[in-house]
Design a protein around this ligand. Structure first.
Ligand code: PXP
Length: 256
């Protein structure tokens, strides 16, 4: 059993600051300024997804986010699809971490986990090239044994479990379904940890659903974006991050 009080990091995903900027095609609001505010408010790192269609973060944002993270001594987690184009950009950017995600042009957001088992031959050389270039490589998967074992075989150092279905079940009032998915993530976290994989979680996390995820002892990082940026409209970005941190720390038994 891992110690319950161990460190857990909050990565703030700032993609949707860029979504808002792009709605008008100008320069405001600026995701790099938002990332600086997020770190000042207690984010342990910044996460951003450079999509093939550049619907939110663009290439210049990613380069500037990496410069900011280097300046502030915080990790950048660069989310990307397993393509040659993205590999080239990540090799030049040299982020602390890369999270390989599935990508589909017609989806609104990353809908399911990566098929690490089916895509072994595509993912493994990309994961190795990124790791050789100094980035920690994570695969965004569903918490099922087949995908956890496949991630290990793809040379990933980290797995991020997709919490979207759990979050959606709770939103729909399907408590039994949410409980089952939570139990699968608990077991999956143990399984991944036994294989030597670091365990992260992300997607759809909110003030209301984060606690059971943060209580999973193997959880080392939570990546949260849409909800925090949404709350920034009402309570402000920094209070939203501070409140998320407080909930996560309380779940780990850290009094604040
Ligand atoms: N982790 C990964 C791998 C993601 O793709 C996303 C969404 O871009 C997130 C975390 C954050 O999800 P959300 O914006 O729903 O908090």
């Amino acid at each position: 059993m891992l110690p319950k009080l161990d460190e857990i990091r909050l990565g703030v995903n700032i993609d949707h600051v860029a979504t808002l900027r792009n709605a008008r095609g100008g320069v405001h609001p600026c995701p790099v300024d938002a990332a600086r505010l997020a770190i000042e408010a207690g984010a342990d790192g910044i996460t951003a997804h450079l999509r093939e269609d550049r619907r939110h973060i663009n290439d210049e944002d990613m380069a500037r986010l990496q410069a900011l993270c280097l300046e502030l001594g915080k990790p950048l987690n660069f989310e990307l699809a397993a393509t040659e184009e993205m590999l080239e950009i990540a090799l030049v950017t040299k982020p602390h971490a890369v999270c390989i995600v599935p990508e589909n042009r017609t989806e609104r957001t990353t809908e399911g986990g990566l098929d690490a088992a089916g895509l072994h031959n595509q993912i493994t050389p990309i994961a190795r090239a990124l790791a050789d270039n100094g980035s920690r490589v994570s695969l965004f998967i569903e918490a099922v044994p087949r995908q956890i074992e496949a991630s290990y075989k793809c040379a990933a150092q980290v797995v991020e479990f997709h919490t979207g279905a759990y979050a959606h079940a709770l939103d729909m009032g399907e408590q039994g379904q949410a409980d089952g998915l939570l139990e699968a993530m608990r077991l999956g976290a143990k399984h991944a940890d036994d294989l030597g994989l670091e365990v992260h979680f992300g997607h759809g996390l909110t003030f209301d659903n984060v606690t059971p995820i943060a209580e999973i002892p193997e959880a080392k990082e939570l990546n949260i974006g849409h909800f925090i940026i949404g709350e920034a409209v009402s309570m402000g970005l920094q209070p939203a991050i501070a409140e998320m941190r407080r909930l996560i720390e309380r779940a780990r038994g850290v009094e604040g």
